[in-house]
Design a protein around this ligand. Sequence first.
Ligand SMILES: *[C@@H]1O[C@H](CO)[C@@H](O)[C@H](O)[C@H]1NC(C)=O
Length: 290
Amino acid sequence: MAATLLNVFLIASFVVAAAAASASNFYQNFDITWGDGRAKIMNNGLLLTLSLDKASGSGFKSKNEYLFGKIDMQIKLVPGNSAGTVTTYYLSSQGPNHDEIDFEFLGNATGQPYTLHTNVFAQGKGDREQQFRLWFDPTADFHTYSILWNPQRIIFAVDGTPIREFKNMEAIGVSFPKSQAMRMYSSLWDAEDWATQGGRIKTDWSKAPFVASYRNFNANACVWSNGRSSCRGSGASSAWMNQQLDGTSQQRLQWVQRNYMIYNYCTDIQRFPQGLPKECTATVSSSTKQ
Ligand SMILES: *[C@@H]1O[C@H](CO)[C@@H](O)[C@H](O)[C@H]1NC(C)=O
């Protein structure tokens, strides 16, 4: 009996270990979608690089579609003069009323800070931008960028520090992404018309190719396939399904928002002369209560 239980336990841990080990293999988890050879998978699937030159950028997407999950990716952004370049990393469903959860990294001239741009689309409606500076040089090393997406909330995190939370506020009539499965997408492309300092700084093509690197993808997620959802992980590894910000995380979120947030649609009164979006006023009143 005990031996049988132990066997079951060993087999179960082996399956979990195998799933975790395969989780970071880019061959297994992703398809290169465009770029004509500019996206490359290397080191037996442990590393992926995207590159951009004057002719084209490049991109990839996950083979799986997810309906809720905690998705982590380590990214090292384009170093040096990255002005005009945009590196994207996002979840998106398809179709006209799509849902989307975005990280976008807007490059800058050498020594000038990147802008981390975030957005949430639900039922085709976005316009929920928040932008941040980072508290480290994102081109010097890999850092982990995470999207936690469960039925109650979406949390954007950088190296485990939450930078943004978008709560489910369907109760007050704000739609929330919860019924359309999403794939993970990433791309590196040129947006010199607007990306850097409002388009004033153009891409310096003499520095091409521009390269961004990816490793250690991990998805603790529910995979959507043939109309059914199957959730990976159990016990501690599925805690993301009900995860919320505890007191310490709330404080870190506030630290980031106080010191590193450079744009918040929720305070852009000029943009919304008719009144701020509903979720903004609800967020303000609930966070002042805490
Ligand atoms: C680039 O650097 C300038 C100057 O520090 C800053 O104003 C700007 O927000 C930075 N980011 C982008 C994407 O332009």
